[in-house]
Design a protein around this ligand. Structure first.
Ligand code: MSP
Length: 471
């Protein structure tokens, strides 16, 4: 049986460092990657940076650096943030790498040979923030509703991709694969959009100099989205993709059409298999406004990780928002959850159980971690449906149950009067704690490891797992 699992996050623009909204998509992907690893799958988890954008040129100019050193520096910043957040990616792709350029050229050739690329004239509006064309009807008071900027008027000769040719094939594919896009409302949006009719897509730029040159026409560069989507194949190579395309592209909802319409059409034209799923998460807002670099309300995940710990940030982001929905971010709520769920809940339970285990000098049985989790049918169901918040809630129910058991049975008290009974209770509590730690691994890997280590060595907790935050 093929136990491979290939998961990707979006690749991020390097015009700035990550904010908490970017961290959200990557953390979701990481949680799924870790879960599949725990199931014994051979996981490839790809993230990276999308560098061939005009935004990169503008940002480098603004910072006074030459563009190569700028992109090198920013790619380093993104890598270090993912490291600090315990992201377990197995590869990191930059679209300025040779392996990627080669694959973009290969795609261009395949689509060209298939008769799907032609030269035409493009005239219309372009939003730099989106790196996408917009229609008059998309604008609000003449401005892009997301970036609050006025799109530029564009008129130039471009190469076009015959996207329209794939309308029927795409619609048939969606009908056959109702789980191709999740959540369901996004799937319906995509289906409706395609059924209303597609237009061919301009896939090159004449005025831009930064980017991958169009094969056989160096006066143009490849359109950054056409270029970026190909990263998912560049990283693993065409043969690998043919054998096992991505199981899931984890993305934010705003880039669903690129992934669920344009990308499959490109793959069809290139005669390559399609990814199995596109999973679109909702947005984080601050006071109801989308977090974005261009709007200046970005929240730095590293600042939060330094204050509360990367694990607490991961916990909060995954617990607070039901998958697919939008949610409002507030540090106040993060602190509340930290104190209530982590310091009082999990941290306290660990301290209490380990104290009793040390008092009773228990020899801890070596339960098989995988077996403990497989015995719980709710986890796979929730995970498969991306109900990450429900998995966490389920784990916290177990924490409450263990707390209640300590209150009820008071094993620390009866240790002197009925040692055998107290020991039995403490061993049961240790088993529950181990189960909690194993279930928690995909969400809070470091915490899980610390708990498992404490159980294994039967050691009392000297430093609380999550010290309370006062201010
Ligand atoms: N470079 C493209 C993606 C190419 S993938 C082949 C891009 N980059 S981005 O840096 O602008 O955004 C990357 C991801 O972050 C997107 O999935 C986007 O939806 C997500 N988010 C950006 N702001 C966000 C929030 N405020 N909340 C949640 N996700 C957010 O688009």
């Amino acid at each position: 049986m093929d136990r491979k699992f290939y998961i990707t996050s979006p690749i991020y623009y390097v015009n700035d460092k990550p904010h908490v909204g970017h961290a959200y998509s990557t953390i979701i992907a990481d949680t799924l990657a870790r879960y599949h690893r725990a199931l014994g799958d051979e996981v490839t988890f790809l993230t990276g940076t999308d560098e061939n954008s005009q935004k990169t040129v503008d940002a480098a100019r603004k910072s006074g650096e030459d563009i190569i050193s700028y992109t090198d520096r920013l790619a380093g910043v993104w890598k270090s943030v993912w490291q600090a957040l315990n992201i377990s990616n197995t590869d990191f792709i930059r679209t300025t790498e040779a392996r990627h350029k080669k694959m973009v050229e290969e795609f261009w050739k395949r689509l060209w040979d298939n008769g799907d690329i032609y030269k035409g004239r493009y005239e219309g509006l372009y939003c730099k923030g989106h790196e996408a064309f917009m229609k008059e009807s998309d604008l609000v008071n003449g401005l892009c509703p997301d970036h609050k900027t006025k799109p530029e008027h564009f008129a130039e000769d471009n190469y076009f991709f015959r996207l329209k040719r794939y309308e029927k094939d795409l619609s048939a594919f969606y009908e056959k694969n109702p789980n191709f896009v999740i959540p369901e409302n996004r799937y319906n949006e995509v289906k409706n959009f395609v059924s209303e009719g597609l237009e061919d897509l301009s896939i090159s730029r004449q005025v831009q100099k930064w980017g991958i040159p169009v094969p056989n026409d160096p006066s143009q560069v490849v359109y950054v989205w056409f270029d970026a989507l190909i990263n998912y194949v560049s990283a693993i190579g065409i043969e690998q993709w043919e054998q096992h395309p991505a199981d899931v592209h984890v993305i934010g909802k705003d880039i669903t059409r690129f992934h669920a319409i344009i990308w499959p059409a490109m793959l069809m034209s290139a005669k390559l298999p399609l990814p199995k799923q596109v999973a679109a998460n909702g947005f984080f807002t601050v006071n109801g406004v989308k977090i974005s670099k261009s709007l200046g309300n970005a929240i730095d995940p590293i600042g939060l990780a330094e204050k509360y710990g990367a694990e607490a940030l991961r916990y909060f982001l995954l617990r607070e928002i039901p998958y697919g929905e939008d949610g409002d971010f507030s540090e106040e709520k993060l602190k509340e959850r930290y104190n209530a769920d982590l310091a009082n809940g999990l941290g306290n339970l660990l301290s209490r159980i380990m104290k009793m285990a040390a008092m009773a000098n228990i020899v801890v049985p070596a339960w098989d971690a995988a077996k403990l989790v497989k015995a719980n049918p709710r986890i796979p169901r929730f995970m498969e449906e991306y109900q990450l918040d429900n998995v966490i809630e389920h784990i916290w129910e177990k924490i409450s149950q263990a707390d209640a058991m300590i209150e009820e049975k008071k094993p620390f008290k009866i240790l002197k009067t009925d040692r055998a009974k107290a020991e039995k209770d403490i061993i049961l509590l240790l088993k529950q704690l181990k189960e909690i730690a194993v279930m928690l691994e995909p969400f809070m890997p470091e915490t899980s490891e610390k708990i498992l280590e404490a159980i294994k060595t039967n050691s009392e907790i000297k430093v609380p797992l999550f010290p309370r935050k006062q201010t």
